[in-house]
Structure formats: C-alpha cells, structure tokens
Ligand binder design. Structure first.
Ligand SMILES: [Zn+2]
Length: 262
C-alpha cells in the first residue's frame, strides 16, 4: 500500500511544474497570436482583391455586351437611394436592381471583409447598422465627375488610354454621418489635394481594380494617407508637407476623356 501511494505521488504535477507549463503556453501564444492576426489580415486583403477582380470582370463583360459603352458609374452599377430606415437591406436591394448585377450575381463581392463601417444608419429598432458596399467607381469612368470638377468623363471603352493602368473601382471611405458611399469617387487630376476619401482597410494597403479586368493590392507610402485618409470626414484633404506620392499615383491613373486645362 505504501509503495503504491508513493508511486502515485511521484506521478502528480507539482504547482511549480504546472506554473512552468502555463508560462510556456502563454509565451507560445504571445509568439503565435501576432502571426495569426497577420495571416488573418492578409487573407482579408486577398479576398478583397478577389472581390474587385470579380467586379472588374463583370464590368468588362458589360462593356462587351453594350457596344463598348461603360456601365454608368454614378447610379447604374448600383442603384442607390437615400439613407434611412432599413438601410442595409435597401442597399442590398439597390445592388440587385443595378445594371451590373446580372454579370456579378453574388452580393458578397460588394463588401470588403475588412470593412466594418458603422456610420449612424439605424434600423427600425434603432440599432446602428453597418454599411454594406465598400467599393466605388471613379467619376471619370462614366461616373459624375464634371458636375463637381473640371474634366469630362469617359463613356466608351475605346476612349480609355492604356486600360491596364486606369482604375475602375476603389475602396471608398464612408465619410460623414449621412454618406453611404454615394455616387462615384472623384479626384481632381490637377489639384494638390484629394477630393473624396479613400478607405485604408488593409494596413497601409488598398485594393484597386483596373479597366483591363485585373485587380491589384496597392501599398500607400505617405504617412498622411495611411493615418488620415481612413479617418477623414472632410473632402479636399491636403497631403502633409513633403508627401503626395499617393495622391500623384491616383491622379496619374485616374481617367478622364477631356482633362482640365489649368
Ligand atoms: Zn478591402
């Protein structure tokens, strides 16, 4: 009996051993968690690029089926209505009523998995609802650019110069309390400031789709873009002094049929 009792005692964990095991697990978690979080963020970025690739292919198919005309980028590719009650469901309905929907047929591709915008839209029970659509067509790509800024929109695919270098979809910031990413995303190719806001959802990166149907993960380089753009609620933000490379990139790849002359 005595022998068996001692044997049992030898097999049990001491408190110190248990604490050592807990400390090792905590250490491993500390090492693994950031890596897992990075992997999760990376997966969301890749899924976002895949969304834009699907939307861009639909956009190109629409051109093919419509004698080279671009889908209307203001209210045609999504039929948006004013914000209000049951906004989320209306937003989804507006997407399904749009001209591009027959070429897409998948609601999921309109939402970036990293986009968790909650901007004051309330449902019938006063819950704040997330916005659904994460992407916008630039005003120059048959959106509504010239109502706000100099320059005339491109309406036909044949008038796009170097389609592989001109973006057709951006991740737009949901600016302000009453802005559900309405209309097209615009930019003045000659100004030293941004017009509409960009969403920075992917840790210094954004996804863009181009007129030849491909999509890219683009890395921002200016601190002011990374820190201010995703949070800004004003139009016309100027890059910080000695910055502006990101603005220049977006201006160089923004298409207009007729450019502002000044
Ligand atoms: Zn995204």
């Amino acid at each position: 009996m005595k022998e068996s009792f001692m044997y049992k005692q030898k097999q049990a964990f001491t408190l110190v051993e248990l604490l050592v095991v807990i400390a090792i697990i905590a250490l491993l978690m500390g090492i693994l968690m950031p890596a897992l979080s990075r992997a999760r963020d990376q997966a969301k970025t890749i899924a976002c690029r895949s969304n834009l690739k699907n939307l861009a292919l639909g956009w190109v198919m629409y051109v093919d089926d419509n004698e080279g005309n671009l889908v209307e980028g203001e209210t045609g590719w999504v039929k948006w209505t004013a914000p209000g009650v049951d906004f989320l469901n209306r937003e989804k309905k507006d997407i399904k009523d749009s001209d591009l929907w027959p070429y897409i047929n998948d609601l999921g591709v309109y939402n970036c998995p990293a986009d968790r915008a909650m901007k004051g839209y309330t449902d019938e029970t006063n819950r704040v609802m997330p916005l659904f659509r994460s992407y916008a067509i630039p005003g120059g790509m048959n959106g509504r650019h010239s109502n706000y800024l100099p320059g005339i929109e491109v309406k036909k695919f044949m008038n796009i110069k170097a389609p592989a270098t001109k973006y057709i979809l951006v991740e737009e910031d949901h600016v302000g309390e009453d802005n559900g990413n309405w209309g097209s995303w615009i930019l003045n190719p000659k100004a030293d400031n941004w017009w509409d806001g960009m969403a920075v959802l992917h840790n210094k990166k954004a996804c863009l789709a181009f007129a030849d149907g491909h999509a890219e993960i683009h890395t921002w380089v200016d601190k002011s873009t990374i820190e201010d753009m995703g949070n800004q609620h004003l139009q016309g933000v100027t890059p910080a002094e000695n910055e502006g490379e990101d603005l220049k990139y977006m201006q160089d790849h923004y298409e207009l049929r007729v450019y502002p002359t000044d």
